[in-house]
Ligand binder design. Structure first.
Ligand SMILES: [Zn+2]
Length: 106
């Protein structure tokens, strides 16, 4: 379920997963209309850095800079693979829906 901060009252707003960025939603706190933002760039930067940093830290804990670097590379590749799979499944799912002629409820 996507979450974001309401631009009017700064409180957390949750929207159903099928809500797209750019659509409007009602803030349950201040009852204002808010436009659902796309997932922030910062979020993706964190996701992309989390695994390499974790693996690098594990390498450092083993006391070797070489394994830390190797760990960081492995983490980066792992993140790319996972992101690729998730993206691929999304696209495939979308295609299946379109082929079957199902349209999303408005
Ligand atoms: Zn609000």
């Amino acid at each position: 379920m996507p979450r974001f901060a309401c631009p009017r009252c700064q409180r957390t707003v949750e929207v159903p997963a099928n809500c797209q960025a750019g659509q409007k939603a009602d803030c349950p706190h201040c009852h204002g209309q808010v436009v659902i933002p796309s997932t922030s760039t910062l979020y993706w930067v964190c996701v992309w850095l989390a695994a390499p940093l974790l693996f690098a830290l594990l390498g450092l804990l083993q006391g070797s800079l070489q394994s830390a670097v190797a760990g960081a590379m492995a983490g980066l590749v792992l993140t790319a693979v996972v992101a690729g799979i998730v993206k691929g499944v999304n696209v495939l799912w979308d295609m299946l829906f379109r082929l079957a002629g199902w349209t999303e409820p408005k």
